[in-house]
Design a protein around this ligand. Structure first.
Ligand code: SAH
Ligand code: SF4
Length: 361
């Protein structure tokens, strides 16, 4: 069977070369071709001896996922719809800002966690992405965007905030993270790679031990009663445990704070009382807040908070000394915002059917 070399990080690729009777340093050489230059044809790798190139052509391939559609927004946001087979699609978004360029990467086809305000969650879950499909998103975007006039890559940051729950696809995500951090691949600093999780506590501890990168936690509610409804995984890992896991994470985190994401839902979680409750919850934890105006989708049952409520909420947090950012909606014209990365998912859990039936009664 042909192996896809995009599935391997450096240790795995070195082991592959040793199996072929080659020197392990070939891994670094090949990774530079694949990830620095975006080369997928072994024939072009001129500093690799021809017999080895022939052997690789016979045994292996460098196969990024297939781009189905590419869109550009007026504000410079780019979006790729990527075909992951069986009529499923995932999305990758590039968001340019004055001082950085961020790629928002997906980790699963759909998501099993059923957060009620999330269109990915509503679509159900199909499968985990492979390493090649995760790192392939960076591979594709890098190839399209290239480098700036100084020779630096346009993509300076990666956030695992696309479709799926990254920590529910732990091994593949960590292998892909290793590639993002490896100088022979993408060479990003740990501070510039962020994993966003809805709060899978045991996996947060594993990430801290195995690959500590910047952490964002989707909080969205200041009490267990409300969070149980919005982020149902809270029933398994309630706020007390989640906060303790955040504290533990900070012991090894590359940044000295956790970012809390908080989706602003009109009349649901956006009152002054909610903001004050939130302050009490995070009392002892170094953190920043990222308020995300809810992005509506059909039949969501939620509305975006009005600007006044978002401002009031933000001011309460800021007056207590916290850094708060309110996410701007970007790429509106190409549906590239958070929670709109709908892609196309064939639900294997049949949840969509269940949901449609719920809506019908
Ligand atoms: N599964 C991970 C990461 C992907 S979602 C997580 O939940 O953290 C990235 C962020 O977008 C999360 O904070 C998520 O809660 C938020 N989000 C999901 N649906 C949204 C919507 N419709 N509007 C605004 N934010 C949304
Ligand atoms: Fe999954 Fe994150 Fe959406 Fe929740 S918010 S359903 S964890 S993708």
């Amino acid at each position: 069977m042909t192996v896809n070399l995009l599935d391997f990080d450096q240790p795995k690729l070195a082991a592959f070369f040793v199996e072929l009777g080659e020197k392990p340093f070939r891994a670094r050489q090949l990774m530079r071709w694949m990830h620095h230059f975006g080369e997928s044809d072994f024939g072009q790798m001129t500093d690799i001896a021809r017999p080895l190139r022939d052997k690789l052509t016979f045994l292996a391939e460098i196969a990024p996922p297939r781009i189905k559609l590419e869109q550009s927004s007026e504000d410079g946001t780019r979006k790729w719809l990527i075909d992951v087979g069986a009529n499923n699609g995932i999305e990758t978004v590039f968001i340019p800002e004055s001082n950085r360029g961020t790629l928002c990467v997906s980790s699963q086809v759909g998501c099993a966690l059923e957060c009620t305000f999330c269109s990915t969650g509503r679509q159900g879950f199909n499968r985990n992405l492979t390493v090649a499909e995760i790192i392939g998103q960076l591979w594709i975007a890098n190839k399209a965007l290239g480098r700036d006039p100084h020779g630096d890559r346009i993509i300076s940051n990666v956030v695992m905030m696309g479709m799926g729950e990254p920590l529910a696809n732990f091994d593949n995500v960590v292998t892909a993270l290793n590639l993002m951090l490896d100088d022979s691949a993408y060479g990003l600093s740990r501070r510039r790679v962020t994993v966003s999780t809805s709060g899978l506590v045991p996996a947060m501890d594993r990430l801290r031990d195995e690959c500590p990168v910047a952490l964002a936690v989707s909080l969205h509610a200041p009490s267990d009663a409300l969070r149980d409804v919005l982020v149902p995984i809270n029933k398994k890992y309630p706020l007390k445990e989640l906060m303790a896991a955040c504290q533990r994470y900070l012991e090894k985190a590359p940044r000295d704070f956790v970012t809390f994401e908080y989706v602003m839902l009109n009349g649901v979680n956006d009152s002054a009382e909610h903001a004050n409750q939130l302050l009490r919850l995070v009392q002892d934890l170094p953190c920043k807040f990222n308020l995300i105006p809810f992005n509506p989708f059909p039949n969501s049952g939620y509305e975006t908070s009005c600007a006044d409520n978002i401002r009031r909420f933000r001011d309460i947090l800021m007056q207590a000394g916290h850094v708060v950012t309110t996410r701007k909606t970007r790429g509106d014209d190409i549906d590239a915002a958070c929670g709109q990365l709908a892609g196309r998912v064939q639900d294997k859990t049949r949840r969509r059917v269940k949901h449609v039936m719920e809506l019908a009664v």
